[in-house]
Write a protein that binds this ligand. Sequence first.
Ligand SMILES: *Cc1c(COP(=O)(O)O)cnc(C)c1O
Length: 374
Amino acid sequence: MTNFLPFTRPTIDETMIQEVTEVLRSGWITSGPQVQSLEAELAAYIGGERHVRTLTSATGALEVALRVAGIGPGDEVLVPAMTFSASANVVHRVGASVRFVDVGLRSRNTTAEAFGQAISPKTKALMPVHFAGLAVDMDPVNQLAQKHGLRVIEDAAHAIGTSYQGRRIGSFGDLVCFSFHPNKNMTTIEGGAIVYANPADTPRIEQERWHGITKDAHGQVDVVAPGGKYNLADVAASLGRGQLRRLDEFNTQRRELIDQYFHRLESRVPADWLPERGDVGHSWHIFAPLLPFDQLGYTRLEFISRMKNKNIGVGIHYPCVPSLSFYKNLGHDAALYPNAARIGEQTVTLPLFPLMSRSDVDRVCDELLELTQC
Ligand SMILES: *Cc1c(COP(=O)(O)O)cnc(C)c1O
């Protein structure tokens, strides 16, 4: 019997383990020199002379970004109906409210046009999500924001290493948040980063990240805001440095596995089952086709359990956010976002991670084609 193939798995090599061990033995394990180095290396990798601060998650980074942008009670943020719920939750955590916008069926991404139609007098910010690592068409989004005086908080949790028209996501724009959760394209176990243009935002971000503490030139400590506690540990940052060194290699492997998925599936399944192919800038965080379970005669949970019986892990990314209880109870209706609603019902995340082989992809495709009789 073949080994279980999970839908994702981080790549942690012996060098990374060695480096983490050295930090553990060093006598300093929380935020310190490793965090500073990781931030400098992320800034260099992303390019565009941007500022980077790491945090304990992308969720924390998005929340801090909203606070830095001055979003609060009475304000509204436009969020795609197809994303991880954290994108919308953070808006409520700062006391603002969410207005959802639909996404493209195959791109899973929002457009400036969709944002434009949803802008209301209360709208203060747009939150594009680079779904699965495919860049949102950002130039029109940033132009729209400029025209209406809105902030843009990019949820780039899927998009470390993604490029848009040859520019890395994070190297331009307003406030951009990355995730280093173990499922993402690089990991610090838990972790995230906020990338921004204006150095004047640094004190506020650092206060939000660490107790609102400031220190003057003489070393006098003060607390100037009710800050949070979102600082990354050096142990985690040290893993992140090893991951970042190999990120481009990981993303190349992801793209090669995707080539094989498309090679095997493109001529066999209906076009709208497959996500948009994108270009070389796509970092392929997940491979998540849509399956029409109403026509297939079994449920998604049955599909997942049949694949599990074949030793293949399948995930769901994601339910349509307005269909989730918290949002439904606020009066949101998933039916108003037909593409996001359909993706939420039909999406299945198939195995994709750098340690997989082409023959693993073949095995997944064989089972998928058999179960769907394509
Ligand atoms: C993973 C994810 C997040 C949250 O990232 P964490 O680092 O786990 O907080 C936010 N948005 C999207 C789209 C994600 O996939």
